[in-house]
Design a protein around this ligand. Structure first.
Ligand code: PHE
Length: 521
């Protein structure tokens, strides 16, 4: 305990697991997993997803948490500690959350609005709310302030405490709604069939890529979060076991979300004869509200609980995004936590304003404010999720798999057994799976991630047209080039400004406080 206090980190292993799970469990679980599953062959997709979590997700997560843990500092310091020339990966990992924050918090604002409006017919508000830009901005601000307050209180007193309360609450609410939904009677069987009936023919290569991409996003990999949270852990945390728990919790919540959503959706469709959109923003903010509104008074309570749960999920994710950037600013620029978080949150809030304006136009059918042909939200989303995150996760595997341990002879470099022993010596033990992990992190996982990256990029530059033929899209090229330009900026800034300078450690925050106290005396 004393140690954790000094270290400025999580007070307990459980606190760390719940905080990391809080980051992982977000809109990706409650909303995109269910609709991707139904669109890609039901249980067949679930199987692929679980395999992706095992072969890609868990490996990258172990790598990232350990990279943070061994350095006890922000991502730039963490990658730099492996090899000086790799520090830019850390800067890259700090930039990505900054971009995600600018749109994720708007969706967070939406969930707050829908929670509070649960007793007032949510099914009718999507287009008027989205069109009412000042209101969207206000709710985004409310959501941002909630997240900011938690991060301001620090890792142990803010993030850990809140996660310990909110994550169990989320789980209980989700189970309750799933049980309720499964008991609705008419339509439930059809909903389950639609969600889970295994159809291997619907899977295809696209399904495989979708499963791998979803595993990344859902586990919050490739954006510094696990590095940052990992850095706040000490000896008491066993990386392998923690990752197992986080992955199980995350997958369970994703599966349960589908059980909560589809039976209820199909029940409504069976009763009303009306067919509803079951994917994208419309599933969450249009179809489900209609379902809830038609379940009478109980429906309103279910709606309140459901959207409240989505607020929790989004909030704990945004908290983790904010922490990555805040940690870096505190340590690199020696600014206290309060100031750092205010700078980060204000910046993201200001950028979220044009994003919400663009989204308002787009949802109401007027595409008037776009970047490379997309509304700003989709643009940011593609730049970060499809192009940048896999690259960053690839970097994590390569950093751990190829740069830790000094080989005595050349053949050691390619020898997984050598890596296994080098990692153990360094402090990372994954028990009897050591050599398997070494082969995965060195060869297989990075290769699979490259596939996700390449096909993701091809899909943006050569999207399928209505006839199913791939055609070149200049806008798509623009999106990909913007993303790679950002990568270049991170590399240049790192080598110009950071490579030979101190980039700070977690202990600096503690020292900063002490300095302040002594000057105040
Ligand atoms: N993992 C979160 C989810 O499943 C998404 C997320 C992405 C969280 C990026 C933080 C950062 O929704």
């Amino acid at each position: 305990m004393e140690n954790a206090k000094k270290r400025n980190g999580f007070a307990s292993g459980l606190g760390f697991i719940l905080a990391a799970a809080g980051s992982a469990i977000g809109l990706g679980n409650l909303w995109s997993f269910p609709y991707k599953t139904s669109a890609n062959g039901g249980a067949a997709f679930v199987l692929l997803y679980v395999i992706s979590v095992i072969v890609i997700g868990s490996v990258v997560m172990i790598a990232e948490i350990y990279i943070g843990k061994r350095s006890q500092g922000n991502p730039v310091t963490a990658y730099k500690n492996i090899k000086k020339g790799l520090g830019w990966l850390g800067l890259f990992a700090v930039i990505i959350p900054l971009f995600i924050l600018c749109y994720y918090s708007i969706l967070g604002g939406y969930t707050v609005k829908f929670t509070l409006n649960s007793f007032n017919k949510n099914s009718e508000i999507l287009s008027s709310f989205t069109g009412n830009i000042p209101e969207v901005i206000m709710y985004t601000a409310i959501f941002m302030i909630l997240a900011l307050t938690v991060v301001m209180a620090g890792v142990k007193n803010g993030i850990e405490k809140v996660s310990k309360i909110l994550m169990p609450a989320l789980f209980i609410i989700l189970v309750a709604i799933a049980v309720y939904s499964l008991c609705l009677g008419e339509g439930v069987a059809e909903g389950l069939d639609y969600y889970l009936n295994p159809d291997f023919s619907a899977l295809g290569f696209k399904g495989v890529l979708a499963a791998m991409g979803q595993a990344f996003f859902s586990l919050s990999l490739g954006m510094g979060i696990m590095v940052s949270y990992g850095s706040y852990t000490g000896k008491e945390v066993n990386v392998g076991k923690s990752v197992l728990m986080i992955c199980i919790f995350d997958t369970l919540v994703a599966l349960l979300a589908g059980l909560a959503i589809f039976p209820a959706l199909y029940h409504y469709q069976a009763v009303s004869g009306e067919s509803l959109s079951d994917h994208g923003l419309l599933l969450l903010f249009s179809s489900l509200p209609l379902v809830f509104d038609n379940l009478g008074a109980i429906g309103q309570i279910v709606s309140f609980l459901f959207f409240g749960m989505v607020v929790i999920a989004a909030l704990t994710s945004v908290i983790s995004l904010l922490e990555v950037v805040t940690q870096f600013i505190i340590q690199k620029f020696r600014v206290n936590r309060k100031k750092s978080i205010c700078i980060v949150a204000t910046f993201c809030f200001l950028v979220s304003v044009p994003v919400s304006i663009s989204l308002g136009f787009s949802i109401n059918g007027k595409d008037m404010m776009t970047l490379c042909g997309q509304n700003w939200l989709d643009f940011f989303d593609m730049v970060t999720n499809t192009v940048l995150m896999p690259l960053c996760a690839f970097g994590s595997c390569v950093a751990l798999g190829w740069f830790i341990g000094k080989p005595k002879k050349k053949s050691d470099i390619f020898n997984p057994r050598f890596l296994h022993l080098a990692l153990e010596e360094d402090g990372l033990s994954v028990g009897f799976l050591g050599s398997v992990f070494a082969v995965m992190v060195k060869y297989i996982t990075p290769l699979l991630i490259l596939l996700v990256e390449i096909f993701g990029v091809v899909d943006i530059i050569f999207p399928e047209n209505a006839a199913g033929i791939r055609v070149f899209d200049l806008n798509g090229l623009g999106i990909v080039l913007t993303a790679y330009a950002l990568l270049l900026v991170a590399i240049v800034v790192y080598f110009v400004f950071f490579v030979n300078k101190e980039t700070g450690y977690n202990s600096d925050e503690h020292n900063l406080l002490k300095e302040k106290e002594s000057t105040a005396d």
